[in-house]
Design a protein around this ligand. Structure first.
Ligand SMILES: [Zn+2]
Length: 149
């Protein structure tokens, strides 16, 4: 169904083989991945972001408008090869948006350089419950805390 979004996209299915697989990572794995410059963290919660805070450095793409915003996400993630999705628990919205993106990329003939799609286990709630850093800025594209050099 995604192939007719843009006149530039040709309907092609499965010619490139398997769609990207989606893997789950833990909070501590994300903490070490976060040090790399080629990772983007995507928060797909809806209103909760505005009152619960978010993972520092995450981009906000609410799940209810996610599909329409995929081109914006791809632009925002330019130069990143790994995207990590999370929602409150990473049980419904996070996996759904990750799959939506994987399907979109599988249908697209452009290689946008996204190689890995991941989901943060236990989502934001698990992250916060483990005492990991939470940012409360109001930026849609959070710049995150300054990491020690
Ligand atoms: Zn922030």
């Amino acid at each position: 169904m995604f192939c007719c979004f843009s006149g530039n996209l040709t309907c092609r299915r499965q010619q490139e083989g398997m769609a990207r697989s989606i893997i789950y990572i833990t909070g501590s794995e994300l903490l070490s991945l976060k040090r790399r410059p080629n990772i983007a963290i995507v928060d797909v919660r809806d209103d909760e972001r505005s009152y619960d805070g978010h993972i520092a450095g995450s981009l906000h793409f609410a799940s209810d408008t996610f599909l329409d915003k995929i081109p914006t996400l791809i632009q925002a993630a330019n130069g990143k090869d790994t995207l990590v999705f999370y929602c409150a628990l990473s049980q419904v919205r996070g996996p759904k948006c990750a799959r939506t993106l994987a399907e979109y990329l599988a249908e697209s003939k452009d290689d946008v350089g996204i190689k890995n799609i991941m989901i943060l286990q236990r989502g934001f709630n698990g992250w916060e419950a483990s005492g990991r850093p939470v940012c409360r800025c109001t930026e849609v594209f959070c710049k995150g805390h300054t990491e020690p050099a």
